[in-house]
Design a protein around this ligand. Structure first.
Ligand SMILES: *[C@@H]1O[C@H](CO)[C@@H](O)[C@H](O)[C@H]1NC(C)=O
Ligand SMILES: *[C@@H]1O[C@H](CO)[C@@H](O)[C@H](O)[C@H]1NC(C)=O
Ligand SMILES: *[C@@H]1O[C@H](CO)[C@@H](O)[C@H](O)[C@H]1NC(C)=O
Ligand SMILES: *[C@@H]1O[C@H](CO)[C@@H](O)[C@H](O)[C@H]1NC(C)=O
Ligand SMILES: *[C@@H]1O[C@H](CO)[C@@H](O)[C@H](O)[C@H]1NC(C)=O
Ligand SMILES: *[C@@H]1O[C@H](CO)[C@@H](O)[C@H](O)[C@H]1NC(C)=O
Ligand SMILES: *[C@@H]1O[C@H](CO)[C@@H](O)[C@H](O)[C@H]1NC(C)=O
Ligand SMILES: *[C@@H]1O[C@H](CO)[C@@H](O)[C@H](O)[C@H]1NC(C)=O
Ligand SMILES: *[C@@H]1O[C@H](CO)[C@@H](O)[C@H](O)[C@H]1NC(C)=O
Ligand SMILES: *[C@@H]1O[C@H](CO)[C@@H](O)[C@H](O)[C@H]1NC(C)=O
Ligand SMILES: *[C@@H]1O[C@H](CO)[C@@H](O)[C@H](O)[C@H]1NC(C)=O
Ligand SMILES: *[C@@H]1O[C@H](CO)[C@@H](O)[C@H](O)[C@H]1NC(C)=O
Length: 574
């Protein structure tokens, strides 16, 4: 690999932020009721869809940096526990609120639990989704917008309006059937439909409704596009309209004009679109990458950009995109996207760049994806290790039991694949303030995308690799996973424990007062947190459930933020 000739700096992003005073945002209280709805039938098929407050996609979480968010989630589903995770939100010093099986006990049916976290240092577009039991394939996702404080300028004029476009693939089967089959007998179908904001394609006569966005001629709009799917990357474009890329994953980018944009699973982008054409209706198209949509028309979803006073419905041929198999297009586009280091972003006073050419790496992880078959059942692995989800969330095990009996610390094969497949619960570790290098090797002929909760997002092209430097500035237990749902569900997951020996809540928060207990952490400990009478209720549930506990009361955590430095250095090699 060292011999490969082409080194491409995908993005070199550094920012440091020294905050000497604590900035308090607003308190935002939300109440979300999660339920199933069998009547939505987005593709006219009988299947349960997960709604929040009756909506699919779920309601917008709209906030400003520094705001404290309180989301009281009521699980009104009959049988399925849930957890909601905040994709791309860094949850600074607070992995207790991350909402994945390694950090939280699930919210059991007919109970509620309040997430409480502060938004920091990020401005832009994200989404949330349910992280366990394959529920993401049934919905339960929704948009997140984080706005700048008024004192921080945006590098573009205020748009006339904002639209959230949650686009992703969709299965004809119920998420329950898929999760169950994957866990017990195997399931090898891939999703073969696409939805835009929970709606089918404008060109699909069977779709009950389609996504339509109203614009006024001459005005500019911000489209916040996320790939909320399970499997397919897509190419996004709008007939006869150019797009100006301005933001990704909570940071402003150097602005570039695009005719089409590739969005991989889990990614979010903002583009500005000016309604500068004749008053008519125009197609908005998202087409799966690495699929021939001439043969598989259903992997293409079409919506409509509708001008006020338009008299002409969208018709005729769809706008052409790049060849879906042209990986070079995608790589070149990704290479051209860079963070704008001179704009205000979330930082009141950008400190300029930080020179990473002389960083001392504490560890290098070479992570290789693979698929194994075991008695006909598929298992996805990293370095031939498939993650086994324990009954006790790792974060609780770490805090109360020092990991004992739940996970193995630093035994993960960090440099390449094991010859024999292993199924187990491993945690790798790093010290607060250290630098890690992570190399993702993709030996498979598919796109892969990875997410490190609390830090960042990485795409790995087929038969390629991506190296990232991660500055461990965010203590906690952080989930590193394939964003592709099946790969994740079948084992492509690992946790990184970022450790600081100083028990200072400015470095890492204490457990929240309403902490749920489950698995082997049942009794409230005498040490922090002071815990109000939890009543543990045992009883595992299918397919990935930690045992339940009854929720207690909530508190508001106000945090002081000192000295935050984040640096990510991404190199892509083809
Ligand atoms: C979202 O919040 C921003 C900033 O407070 C506000 O300007 C905007 O109107 C809000 N949007 C919606 C849809 O609530
Ligand atoms: C459950 O909701 C009630 C209010 O409806 C709230 O008082 C309580 O704190 C919530 N429980 C948790 C664990 O968040
Ligand atoms: C698309 O949705 C609009 C309403 O939003 C509806 O009037 C129209 O008939 C739909 N078009 C198709 C082709 O289904
Ligand atoms: C739409 O037509 C009405 C009536 O002719 C006019 O008042 C309005 O300004 C038009 N809107 C736009 C965006 O052109
Ligand atoms: C888009 O542009 C093409 C070529 O300029 C033109 O033929 C077509 O009519 C336009 N589409 C609409 C809906 O105006
Ligand atoms: C970066 O942001 C600055 C400040 O808003 C702006 O002046 C500059 O044009 C931006 N650069 C690019 C390439 O978009
Ligand atoms: C897609 O399939 C069509 C019809 O089978 C074929 O003509 C076309 O060449 C294929 N396109 C690609 C990019 O493979
Ligand atoms: C992609 O680029 C590489 C070198 O940059 C080239 O060898 C290869 O032929 C290109 N592939 C396609 C499909 O254009
Ligand atoms: C970064 O630091 C290295 C040495 O550590 C130095 O050679 C290089 O010139 C520096 N780069 C910048 C842009 O300051
Ligand atoms: C790199 O950093 C080390 C200590 O961290 C220092 O001793 C060394 O001189 C630095 N090298 C360069 C080229 O700046
Ligand atoms: C990883 O293994 C390769 C050989 O497979 C070796 O060349 C390399 O030095 C190892 N790297 C680390 C960090 O141990
Ligand atoms: C993983 O282990 C299996 C046997 O358990 C072996 O067949 C396979 O080659 C290993 N995979 C890799 C990538 O080494």
């Amino acid at each position: 690999m060292r011999g490969l000739p082409i080194w491409i700096v995908l993005s070199l992003v550094l920012f440091s932020f020294f905050s000497t005073q604590c900035t308090i945002g607003e308190e935002i209280f939300l109440e979300w009721h999660v339920d199933e709805d069998n009547n939505i039938k987005p593709i006219s098929v009988d299947q349960p869809v997960i709604t929040i407050n009756g909506k699919f996609p779920g309601p917008l979480l709209n906030a400003t940096t520094n705001d404290n968010i309180h989301v009281n989630v009521f699980n009104d589903m009959d049988k399925y526990p849930i957890l909601i995770t905040w994709n791309g939100i860094q949850l600074r010093h607070n992995s207790w609120q991350d909402g994945v099986s390694g950090t939280n006990c699930a919210i059991q049916p007919n109970t509620n639990w309040t997430y409480e976290f502060q938004l920091k240092d990020q401005i832009g577009s994200f989404f949330y989704f349910p992280s366990i039991n394959y529920e993401k394939a049934g919905g339960g996702f929704g948009p997140i917008r984080v706005s700048n404080r008024v004192v921080v300028q945006t590098p573009f004029a205020d748009p006339e309006g904002d639209f959230d476009l949650l686009i992703g693939d969709w299965y004809k089967d119920s998420f329950k059937v898929i999760g169950d089959k994957l866990a017990h007998e195997g399931y090898n179908k891939t999703p073969n439909m696409m939805l835009m904001n929970g709606k089918g394609s404008y060109l699909d006569p069977k779709a009950k409704s389609n996504a339509s966005f109203k614009v006024n001629q001459g005005k500019t709009y911000r489209l916040r596009i996320s790939n909320v799917g399970s499997e397919w990357s897509f190419n996004f474009r709008i007939e006869n309209h150019s797009m100006l890329l301005v933001e990704t994953e909570g940071s402003y980018t150097n602005q570039i004009a695009l005719n089409s944009l590739d969005v991989h699973v889990g990614q979010s982008y903002s583009v500005l679109v000016t309604a500068d054409q004749d008053a008519a209706d125009y197609y908005i198209v998202a087409t799966a990458k690495m699929a021939n949509t001439t043969q598989l028309r259903t992997l293409e979803v079409v919506g409509v950009l509708h001008y006020e006073n338009s008299t002409k419905p969208a018709d005729g041929p769809l706008p052409n995109g790049p060849d879906p198999f042209d990986v070079n297009f995608s790589i070149n586009q990704a290479r051209s996207i860079r963070w704008n280091l001179t704009t205000g972003a979330a930082r009141p006073n950008p400190q300029g760049s930080f020179n990473v050419s002389n960083v001392t790496l504490s560890q290098t992880f070479v992570l290789q994806n693979s698929v194994n078959y075991e008695n006909g059942m598929m298992k996805y692995a990293i370095n031939n290790v498939s993650y086994a989800t324990p009954q006790t969330p790792l974060k609780l095990a770490d805090y109360y039991l020092n990991g004992a009996g739940v996970y193995e610390l630093d035994k993960f094969p960090a440099n390449g694949s094991l010859r024999e497949a292993v199924y187990g619960t491993f945690v790798v570790s790093g010290e607060h303030g250290e630098w890690l290098e992570i190399v993702f090797k993709n030996e498979l002929h598919v796109m892969d995308s990875w997410h490190l909760d609390g830090f960042g997002f990485f795409v790995v092209y087929p038969k390629g690799w991506t190296a990232v430097y991660v500055y461990l500035d965010n203590p906690g237990m952080w989930n590193l996973r394939s964003q592709k749902l099946k790969s994740w569900f079948l084992g492509q997951e690992l946790y990184i424990r970022v450790y600081d020996s100083d028990p200072n809540p400015a470095k890492e928060h204490f457990p929240p007062k309403n902490l749920l207990y489950c698995g082997s952490v049942q009794a409230p400990p005498s040490a922090p947190p002071p815990s109000p009478e939890p009543e543990p209720v045992p009883g595992p549930l299918a397919p990935v459930p930690p045992a339940p506990a009854v929720p207690a009361s909530t508190i508001t955590t106000k945090t002081q933020w000192f000295h935050v430095i984040v640096a990510i250095f991404v190199i892509l090699i083809i």
